[in-house]
Design a protein around this ligand. Structure first.
Ligand code: GLN
Length: 476
């Protein structure tokens, strides 16, 4: 085990010649090999990572100043394109597909000399909450192999949890970074919509998708966000100005927090999670912050709205996998309809098919007004409601998931139960605000869980400062 606490500390040790990038890459490659049972990686870029480490070691020896991510070992979710490397969204339909270009967010990491060690397993097309919907099989939670790591970015979460890399990228459409971070006891950040370019991220639901970051410290997660938070002309939905990410952190500042009453009283919420979080609110008050309870009558509408809108978008986004534009091709066909039918039947897994069907249904003439339009109205209401909440409060605190990491196989046959468990995370994607999960607690099942913090749009800086504070308060 290397003993660097942060990237800054790692860089210090590199400059003192206490270690090299090559040592570190070898260490992670070794860890990946001895933890293969976790099934966290789809592919490990062994040769490439070693070569890059050597190049960086040579650069350093020549006295070149270190770039921001010099030698930082990062894994990416199998939905992020990396030119010349396979990307499949953990789907059979994209098996052996090679990326034609590199995602902008990843390009920004490479330009700062990060080392990409491999791509991580996930739920097919990022649809799921347990990493049990992958073409490559389940990912195991390193804290308890009988439990799921969460999803859909389960592999990326486990890669950090099990110390197989320093940081990793996931994608978060409705909680796929925050929930697996919660299940694995690490930090998971979903930036606000438009803060990180989506160019080169395989789409699930475009108006919800965001690349997110897994890490162990707020300092490192902030640095990665800073590097990726750049305007990109390839993504027209980006914010015009990058978020303000550096600023003085006034450690004595007292915050105005709130929580939505209905979230803590929800019948699905594990009692231990509810009581730990309530007790923690009291700790915050004892530290001079206010934590107010507010009423929120929209909670029951958010999961339905999320699933109507995301499946609608998914049905459209996934129409390109037809064997003509993208996707593997059958040799068994009689006519064109048959050709599409065979390709899509063979290529997609069960959950993806379910969502395509649901999405085409809610968009179809006759049902559009009843479902799709209604869900959009709910989304609008939520945005307005959260705007008004943030005019009085600095941040909203909530559980991340109603339960801690559950046993593998438990929810396999119950998609509705799985969907309903997204109740706390989808709000941030419906409204486009930044949100983070912080690993503050441990459950009597001997697994970790955390708390979610949400701030207003473009307030990533305040989100990170608050996160720092919350972790410190917990540790003191
Ligand atoms: N669990 C949610 C879903 O299945 C979240 C997915 C995600 O954020 N990619 O849609």
């Amino acid at each position: 085990m290397f003993s660097f606490s942060t990237i800054k500390n790692y860089h210090f040790q590199l400059q003192q010649n206490q270690l090299s990038c090559t040592d570190v890459v070898n260490y992670y490659l070794q860890r990946i090999k001895s933890n293969q049972v976790l099934n966290a990686f789809v592919e490990v870029y062994e040769k490439e990572a070693c070569t890059r480490a050597m190049e960086l070691d040579n650069l350093r020896k020549k006295g070149e100043p270190l770039k921001k991510l010099h030698g930082v070992v990062i894994a990416i979710k199998d939905v992020i394109c990396f030119k010349g490397h396979k990307v499949s969204a953990a789907s059979g339909i994209l098996q052996n597909f090679l990326s034609l270009y590199t995602a902008s967010a990843l390009q920004f990491l490479l330009e700062e000399d990060a080392i990409i060690i491999g791509n991580c397993n996930c739920d097919e097309f990022a649809m799921g909450s347990s990493n049990e919907n992958s073409f490559y099989g389940n990912v195991l939670n390193a804290a308890d192999h009988s439990r799921v790591p969460g999803g859909s970015s389960g592999g990326s979460a486990v890669a950090v949890q099990a110390d197989l890399c320093m940081l990793s990228l996931g994608s978060d459409t409705g909680g796929s970074v925050r929930q697996p971070a919660d299940f694995c006891g690490i930090i998971g950040l979903k930036p606000g919509y438009g803060s990180i370019s989506r160019y080169g991220l395989i789409a699930y639901a475009s108006s919800f998708d965001q690349i997110g970051i897994f890490g162990r410290t707020i300092e490192d997660v902030s640095l990665l966000l800073q590097v990726m938070n750049k305007k990109d002309l390839h993504d027209s939905t980006m914010n015009n100005e990058p978020a303000l990410l550096t600023g003085v952190n006034d450690k004595n500042r007292k915050y105005n927090f709130c929580y939505l009453k209905e979230t803590l009283e929800h019948t699905s919420l594990d009692t231990e999670i509810a009581s730990e979080i309530s007790a923690y609110f009291q700790t915050l008050r004892n530290n001079g912050h206010t934590v107010s309870e507010i009423n929120f009558d929209l909670l029951d509408y958010i999961v339905p709205a999320y699933y109507v809108l995301t499946t609608a978008e998914a049905s459209s986004n996934l129409s390109r996998y037809d064997g003509v534009r993208f996707g593997s091709v059958t040799d068994k066909m009689n006519d064109l309809t048959d050709f599409y039918f065979e390709n899509r039947t063979k290529g997609f897994g069960k959950e993806v098919k379910r969502r395509i069907m649901l999405g085409t249904f809610v968009l179809s003439a006759g049902y559009y007004d009843a479902y799709y339009r209604k869900a959009q109205q709910v989304r609008k209401l939520l945005v307005t409601r959260f705007d008004s909440i943030f005019s009085s409060y600095d941040a909203v605190l909530s559980p991340v998931s109603p339960t801690p990491a559950f046993k593998a196989g438990l929810k396999n046959n119950d998609p509705t139960a799985t969907y309903l468990a997204d109740i706390y995370t989808v709000i941030a994607n419906l409204t486009g605000i930044p949100a983070i999960s912080l690993p503050l607690f441990s459950h009597s099942y001997s697994i970790p869980f955390g708390i979610q913090v949400m701030t207003n749009r473009k307030e990533e800086l305040s989100l990170l400062q608050i996160s720092d504070l919350l972790i410190n308060i917990k540790n003191n």
